[in-house]
Design a protein around this ligand. Structure first.
Ligand code: ZN
Length: 318
């Protein structure tokens, strides 16, 4: 296609308590809390919390809806949705992270595959992540107590637990991504890896997990909602959407997410793929030094921000 889908933009999952979520992602993993906003359709009920690198660069962004206000059930992280996010750590930092997880009582398992080491773990509310050794052009955030030499440098990959692997391969190929490898595992299922064209600084891999006998995905706390891929701008988003439509996929209308503009498809394997523009970005309503400090809502959302602050649980970020 003429336009590039050159990496992952962000991933979004359902968590439980916002404070617990903040303490884990900002304090234990040492990511930067870059945006405290709300889910625009239920602004007095749900936060939308964003963690990333210093600036909120596409490819580093992990977002959550904390569902503790809405009484959502626990989900099932199964076949038919994105199942895990990989975060890039430098070579030589595996022992540091294993020790840090031991200190913070985070259970993990370590696996070698392709030519990388992956430390798999769950966040407090069950959302699955792993730290993966690899290359990245992203600088680690140093505002937490993780030393710079060990810090997380953006996302590495997204794992899609596909209910229709061939269908997922086809949509990735329509997006211009290329199959680069396959790793077989007797229990964990086979893993087929795709890589993005272009030279994004990180988050250029998707692993399609082929595990046909696993239980199906049920949306709820501890599961992913979607994975978003980067497109350069609105014009390229339209090009990508047109290519997808030409190949039989159904794309939604464009949505204004304030920090980016989005379109979605549900791919044949069950996962929701979003296509998000790189701009305008997270500094549209806050200086880079102040990202995440105050509750922010878009100007077009006609609500009283003081009322929202009263309705939503407090988050201590000191
Ligand atoms: Zn999204």
């Amino acid at each position: 296609m003429a336009a590039n889908v050159d990496g992952i933009h962000h991933v979004t999952a359902f968590c439980d308590d916002p404070q617990e979520n903040y303490d884990f992602f900002a304090r234990v993993l040492g990511l930067r809390f870059v945006k405290r906003t709300v889910r625009f359709d239920v602004p007095d009920k749900l936060y939308h919390l964003y963690y990333a690198d210093e600036q909120g660069t596409p490819g580093t962004v992990i977002t959550f809806f904390p569902m503790s206000n809405l009484d959502m059930d626990e989900g099932v992280n199964g076949k038919g949705q994105m199942s895990r996010t990989g975060l890039t750590i430098p070579e030589g930092s595996v022992e540091y992270w294993q020790d840090r997880f031991d200190e913070h009582d985070v259970e993990y398992s370590t696996e070698e595959r392709f030519d990388e080491t992956a430390i798999a773990f769950s966040a407090p509310d069950g959302v699955q992540f792993e730290l993966v050794t690899g290359e990245s052009d992203i600088e680690a955030w140093t505002g937490a107590d993780v030393p710079e030499e060990y810090g997380i440098r953006g996302m590495y990959n997204a794992t899609i637990h596909s209910a229709d692997p061939q269908g997922t391969f086809d949509v990735l190929e329509t997006m211009g991504w290329e199959r680069v490898g396959r790793a077989d595992h007797p229990q964990a299922g086979d893993r087929v890896r795709y890589e993005a064209p272009g030279d994004a600084p990180c988050a250029t891999k998707v692993d399609v997990l082929v595990r046909p006998n696993a239980p199906g995905y049920v949306q709820g706390i501890g599961t992913y909602l979607h994975v978003a891929f980067s497109v350069e701008n609105d014009w390229e988003q339209t090009e990508v959407s047109q290519t997808l439509r030409d190949n039989g996929y159904i794309t939604t209308s464009k949505k204004d997410r304030d920090y980016f503009h989005s379109q979605y498809i549900t791919e044949p394997g069950g996962a929701v793929f979003e296509f998000a523009t790189k701009g305008p970005g997270f500094t549209i309503d806050e200086d880079v030094d102040e990202l995440g400090e105050e509750l922010r809502v878009p100007a077009w959302l006609d609500v009283d921000i003081e009322y929202l602050k009263e309705q939503l649980p407090e988050i201590d970020t000191r």
